[in-house]
Design a protein around this ligand. Structure first.
Ligand code: SF4
Ligand code: SF4
Ligand code: FES
Length: 279
């Protein structure tokens, strides 16, 4: 559920401002149990152990941690290669998302050795032994390593992430100077992997109202685009105690972004723009 304005929740204001973490008193059904250990491939001389989170809602069982041994001489160098190897050679029911295998589509984001990153751009050799792989935190799990991103994409849609113009459409393209184009550098490269939002403590606590770093970085991408003509409406939409101001500049987001972007800076720029328009 997305709450559009902080005024919408009046009866539980205090609870909403100081909520208990959602996983407080974890229920027995969600405890992670020891899983299956799959045998090492016969004849392999160089193997690496991967402990992988497994959850199948149709089975009715608890989540578990399965151990797989990957034959490094028969597998590409990245963690995504290891996952594909496991799916092809050991357990075809292992579920994960991937598409480009080049760090471009943002679909293979997951938590590896406790850090959010893209499986296709993390070397298996950089992982601990055993390597641990979980789905992105703070999202419901659809199956195994596949998180439900319905909520974060609904938040993304809420900022209207497209060019909004009022002037008549030109005959050709809308021109920008080199300098104007340069202003979206560091923002347009976001691939919406949501590694940052999953790692943001403010989004863990107030994810129904705080938009989170990925969406706010995207909001700034449009605010700073010289061709966009909806700046005031965009700022009005963001100026809310929760939507924007629940960011406390902890900068987990910037630390974890696999594209080297800085959502914390983008959020600070939005706050600065709001102050400037009011002064
Ligand atoms: S800087 Fe803001 S958005 Fe980034 S992790 Fe911290 S609270 Fe979240
Ligand atoms: S800012 Fe970085 S971590 Fe966040 S969604 Fe974009 S690419 Fe992913
Ligand atoms: S598969 Fe596209 S970013 Fe990893």
């Amino acid at each position: 559920m997305i709450i559009d304005s902080s005024d919408e929740v009046s009866r539980f204001v205090w609870l909403k401002r100081f909520p208990f973490p959602r996983n407080f008193n974890v229920t027995p059904e969600s405890r992670i149990e020891p899983g299956h250990t799959w045998p090492a491939p016969a004849g392999a001389t160089r193997t690496k152990a991967f402990d992988i989170y497994r959850y199948d809602p149709d089975s009715g069982g608890n989540p578990r941690l399965d151990r797989f041994y990957v034959d490094l001489d028969d597998c590409g160098p990245m963690v995504l290669d290891a996952l594909i190897w496991i799916k092809n050679k050991v357990d075809s029911t292992l579920a994960f998302r991937r598409s480009c295998r080049e760090g471009v589509c943002g679909s293979c984001s997951m938590t590896m050795d406790g850090t959010n990153w893209l499986a296709c751009t993390r070397f298996s050799s950089d992982m601990a032994t055993p390597a641990t792989i979980y789905p992105l935190a703070n999202m419901r799990v659809v199956k195994d390593l596949v998180p439900d991103q319905t909520h974060v994409f609904a938040q993304y849609a809420a900022i209207q992430p497209w060019l909004r113009s009022k002037t008549p459409e030109p005959e050709k393209e809308r021109l920008q100077s080199v300098e104007e184009r340069g202003r979206i550098d560091g923002y347009y490269e976001c691939i919406l992997c949501f590694c940052c939002t999953s790692g943001c403590p403010s989004h863990w606590w107030n994810g129904d109202r705080f938009l989170g770093p990925a969406v706010l970085l995207q909001a700034w991408r449009w605010l700073t685009d010289s061709r966009d003509e909806a700046k005031e409406e965009r700022l009005d939409n963001l100026e809310d105690p929760f939507r924007l101001y629940r960011c406390h500049t902890i900068l987990n987001c910037t630390r974890t972004c696999p594209k080297g972007l800085n959502p914390g800076k983008a959020i600070a720029e939005i706050k600065k723009m709001i102050v400037e328009r009011e002064s």
